[in-house]
Design a protein around this ligand. Sequence first.
Ligand code: ZN
Length: 198
Amino acid sequence: MELYSGHINKLIEQFAKLPGVGSKSAQRLALHVINMPPEHVERFAQIMVDARKNIHYCKTCCTLADKEFCPICANPKRDHTTIMIVENIRDLAAYEKTGKYEGVYHVLHGAISPMLGIGPNDIRLKELVKRLEDDISEVIIATNSSLEGETTAMYISKLIKPTGVKVTRIASGVPVGGDLECIDEMTLLRALEGRTEL
Ligand code: ZN
């Protein structure tokens, strides 16, 4: 016997495809949606469709943006000669929340992982290399201290070194395997201040 109607089952299936949502949570979310006022459901669906349609990758740093360039890259007050390389947008947000970093970013959207078959061409490295043609004084590698993050950092430093641009790596005050986004602001700032030249 089917526990739920076909429509609910379909909805549960969709929720269960989202990261971090198990089957129990998927059921809870689906039943919640069923109980929402129809106009709220419509608005929710429309916001998702609009977001997917209108958000682009910033032409400079590859973070998500509403326009061609993100607000950070478009801000003339930022130091455009210092680029901090992060694995994902959540890491960028973590550093941005400290309010102490004045440079710009480059979002890789992943890290090199031979185990998972993710190579240098699968992350936003080509875009980074192109940026080095501009006047850049320092590239700060702020990838995570996981195996993938370290592999990526090493690869990038080898890539940039021949160009003569200063390359630094954030201090490993960040716990091994730690996700940047889970670490408090003080630790992030200490890691940034204690960065060493590669
Ligand atoms: Zn940008």
